[in-house]
Write a protein that binds this ligand. Structure first.
Ligand code: PHE
Length: 342
């Protein structure tokens, strides 16, 4: 029997070396080591041995079993490796190719512009003041010197909510009242950024949702020269010195006198083109000296205090800076635009 066992071991080892697939090793296992396999068949005869022979043969049989099991394991591991690399080469994966580049997100052009605006005004001592996007008729209009029925309300048609008198603000100017009421009777110097909404036709020049940055300075002896100085400094930093600008008289119910600031159209260099409606100028903001009634509504005595306010549209500012010809690109989510600008 010892001979039989030795013979079996040699034969099994030779056969295993020929098993060239995982499948074949499984068949090999049932032939030699399985319940109906050849080793079991030999061991069945153990009973016919004398009690002295039995332990010795049993021990050798066990050694053969352990050795074969180990050989099988090694063979299967080696085959798994070869099969894996074969599968890989069938799929033609070239592990030496460089990886695919990750696309890294970037800031939205409006965010970039807003941050530039914050940097310029905070350097001039303005603080950032938050005010709500959902307003009341009182804040959006009445406290800004536009009682119900005032014809100037037509400039700002808005979206109303289902709650009576609640609306989406049409400009950041109601924030002037919030800021004044928070600070009066102390001087204030704040900018108020945020989204605004208007119920109007969406065109290349106007969107129904856009940003504004309001500015407000209240104190004693603040004059129109201060307003001009601050805005000239802003435009010089935003667009680079030497860019032409002009203050043009205008009208807002909450400022007196009122102006608009125009910047030389950068698309045509001031010669006139469809974007600037052939004027050579692009309007970037409205401004003026805070109206005495508004000062009073904010809690200041207009005989003692004065101030200026302005409101600019960051998308407009970016439009002029980067020579973009359509405001609708900003919120159309076209990555080609978002990647190029800012
Ligand atoms: N709120 C005005 C607008 O939306 C802009 C403005 C702000 C004008 C502050 C004067 C002073 O058109």
């Amino acid at each position: 029997m010892l001979e039989q066992l030795e013979h079996l071991r040699q034969e099994a080892e030779a056969a295993l070396a020929h098993a060239s697939t995982t499948e074949a090793t499984k068949a090999w296992h049932s032939e030699y080591l399985g319940r109906k396999g050849r080793l079991t068949a030999i061991l069945r005869n153990l009973a016919s041995l004398s009690p002295e022979e039995r332990p010795q043969v049993g021990r050798v049989a066990n050694e053969v079993k352990v050795a074969l099991e180990q050989a099988l394991e090694e063979r299967q591991a080696a085959l798994a490796q070869t099969e894996l690399s074969a599968a890989r080469s069938r799929q033609l994966v070239d592990m030496t190719l460089p990886g695919r580049p990750q696309t890294i997100g970037k800031l939205h052009p409006t965010t970039v512009t807003l941050r530039e605006i914050y940097a310029i005004f905070t350097a001039m001592g303005f603080q950032i003041f938050d005010s709500p996007e959902v307003e009341t008729d009182e804040y959006n209009f009445q406290l800004l010197n536009m009682p119900p029925g005032h014809p100037a309300r037509d400039m700002w048609d808005t979206f109303y909510t289902t709650a009576p008198d609640q609306l989406l603000r049409t400009h950041t100017s109601p924030g002037q009242i919030h800021a004044m009421r928070a600070y009066a009777p102390n001087p204030v110097r704040v900018i108020l950024p945020g989204k605004c909404y208007r119920y109007e036709q969406v065109t290349a020049r106007s969107e129904s949702m856009f940003y504004q940055v309001e500015g407000l300075a209240i104190g004693k002896r603040i004059t129109f020269s201060d307003l001009k100085g601050v805005l000239t400094n802003f435009a010089d930093q935003m667009y680079g010195e030497g860019r032409q600008m002009r203050f043009r008289k205008s009208y807002f119910p909450f400022t007196e006198p009122s102006v608009e600031l125009d910047i030389e159209c950068m698309l045509c260099g001031g010669k006139g083109c469809p974007i600037c409606k052939y004027t050579g100028w692009l309007e970037i903001l409205g401004a003026g000296m805070v109206h005495p009634i508004v000062l009073q509504n904010g809690g200041y005595d207009p005989t003692e205090f004065s101030g200026f306010a302005f409101g600019m549209g960051p998308e407009r500012i970016a439009l002029v800076k980067y020579g973009i010809d359509d405001i609708r690109y900003f919120y159309a989510n076209d990555v080609r635009f978002l990647e190029r600008v800012g």
